[in-house]
Ligand binder design. Structure first.
Ligand code: NCD
Length: 359
C-alpha cells in the first residue's frame, strides 16, 4: 500500500511523475474528468483549513469522484474519545482514499499503519505537509522552468512551519539546491532538518536574519506565516510575529526573474502592494495545489497494489522503555501508541513519529 505521510515516502522519480502528471492535467483537463468516477475521498480534518481541504475536495470533484468527511473533529466520534486508528479503520470501510490533517504530530503515520486504503498527510502539527510540497514543486517548475540549481530563501517561521520542513526534504533530492534560512533566532529551522536532511544530503545552506541583504541572490522567496497556534508562550509570539514584512521596496532588491511563494494564509508578512508584482506567485500556487492533488489522487489509486510503488523500506524501530519522546504534541504522548525511536546516521535518537529528540 502506498501512502504519502512524509515527502520521502515517494521517490524523487515518483515525485517528478506526479508533478509531470499535474502539468498534463493542466494542459488536457478534459481527459481526466471522470477518471475517479464512483471513487470516494474522505477528508478527515482535525485542524482548521481552507485551501488544503477545499483543494482536495475540488480535485476529487474535478476527477468525477465523491467526497465525504469532516472539517471539525468535534462533530465526529473523536469527541467521544475514538482513537485515530479506529477512526481510520472505520472510514476505510466507506472511502477509497483518505486525506487527514491533524494537530497531533505523527497522527497520519499511525493511521497509515492500520489503514486498508491510502492515507495522505494533509499536515500534522508543525511536522510535515507533503501535499503542500508537491504544490510548491509544481509552482517552482511552472514559474522558473526548472527546480535544479535554484537558490531559495525560506523566510519567517522556520521552526513551526511544516511546509518549510517538507519542502526542504523534497528539494534535498534535486541538484545544486542552495538554501538560505531567514528567521529570527526564536524561529530557526529545527536541528533534525539541518542535520538529517541538509547535512546528510549535501544541501548548501546559510542562516541569516537580514532579508534585504540576501534578496538579490534569490530565485525563489518562500514566505511563511508565524504559526501563532503552535506557540506555548504568547509573549514569545508577540515578540516575533512581525519579524519580516515583504513590501514593494524589498521586491525592488530582487532579481527580475524570481518567484514569491507562500503556502497561505498570510497575515502581515506580505503587503497587498506586492500582489500585483508579476513575481508574486502565491495565488497561482493555490491553483496548482488543486492540479497536483488531482495528480496525487490518481497516482496513489494507481499505485495502490503495484509492487513497483511500495513504501520505502525502513530500518526496524528502536523500542526501549527508558526512552521518551519530549514532544507533548506527538501522537505517542496523546494516544495509546507504542513509543518507538530511530537512530539517525549521526547517532542521534529521534522519535519515530515526530522526529523530536528523545530524553
Ligand atoms: C499552511 C499549513 O496549514 O501548514 N497552509 C496550507 O496548508 N496552505 C501554512 C500555514 O498555515 O501557515
Amino acid at each position: 500500500m502506498k501512502h504519502l505521510i512524509d515527502p520521502t515516502d515517494i521517490t524523487k522519480e515518483e515525485t517528478d511523475q506526479i508533478v509531470a502528471l499535474a502539468e498534463d492535467i493542466i494542459a488536457h483537463r478534459e481527459r481526466y474528468q471522470g477518471s475517479m468516477a464512483h471513487r470516494k475521498l474522505a477528508t478527515l480534518f482535525y485542524e482548521p483549513s481552507t485551501r488544503t481541504r477545499l483543494s482536495f475536495t475540488s480535485a476529487m470533484m474535478e476527477l468525477g469522484g465523491n467526497v465525504l468527511g469532516f472539517s471539525d473533529a468535534k462533530n465526529s466520534s473523536v469527541s467521544k474519545g475514538e482513537t485515530v486508528q479506529d477512526t481510520v479503520r472505520v472510514v476505510g470501510c466507506f472511502a477509497d482514499i483518505i486525506a487527514m490533517r491533524h494537530h497531533i504530530e505523527g497522527a497520519p503515520l499511525v493511521a497509515a499503519e492500520v489503514s486498508r486504503v491510502p492515507i495522505i498527510n494533509a499536515g500534522d502539527g508543525s511536522h510535515s505537509h507533503p501535499t503542500q510540497t508537491l504544490t510548491d514543486l509544481l509552482t517552482i517548475k511552472r514559474e522558473l522552468g526548472h527546480i535544479d540549481g535554484i537558490t531559495i530563501g525560506f523566510c519567517g517561521d522556520l521552526r513551526f512551519g511544516r511546509t518549510v520542513h517538507s519542502l526542504i526534504k523534497a528539494l534535498s533530492r534535486y541538484n545544486n539546491i542552495n538554501v538560505i534560512l531567514i528567521a529570527p533566532d526564536e524561529l530557526r529551522l529545527p536541528d533534525y532538518i539541518k542535520q538529517d536532511v541538509c547535512d546528510k544530503m549535501g544541501v548548501a545552506y546559510k542562516e541569516t536574519s537580514d532579508l534585504d541583504e540576501v534578496m538579490p541572490e534569490l530565485d525563489v522567496l518562500y514566505m511563511t506565516r508565524v504559526q501563532k497556534e503552535r506557540f506555548l508562550d504568547e509573549d514569545e509570539f508577540d515578540r516575533v510575529k512581525d519579524s519580516f514584512v515583504l513590501d514593494a521596496r524589498r521586491m525592488a532588491l530582487a532579481k527580475e526573474k524570481m518567484a514569491v511563494l507562500h503556502p497561505l494564509p498570510r497575515v502581515n508578512e506580505i503587503l497587498p502592494e506586492v500582489d500585483s508584482d508579476p513575481r508574486a506567485a502565491y495565488f497561482r500556487q493555490v491553483e496548482n495545489g488543486k492540479f497536483v492533488r488531482m495528480a496525487l489522487i490518481c497516482s496513489l489509486m494507481d499505485w495502490k497494489n503495484d509492487p513497483a510503488h511500495q513504501m520505502p523500506v525502513q530500518e526496524a524501530p528502536v523500542v526501549n522503555p527508558n526512552l521518551h519522546c519530549s514532544n507533548s504534541k506527538c501522537i505517542c504522548n496523546n494516544e495509546k501508541v507504542e513509543p518507538r525511536f530511530k537512530r539517525t546516521e549521526n547517532g542521534v535518537v529521534r522519535c519515530w513519529y515526530c522526529d523530536s529528540k528523545v530524553r
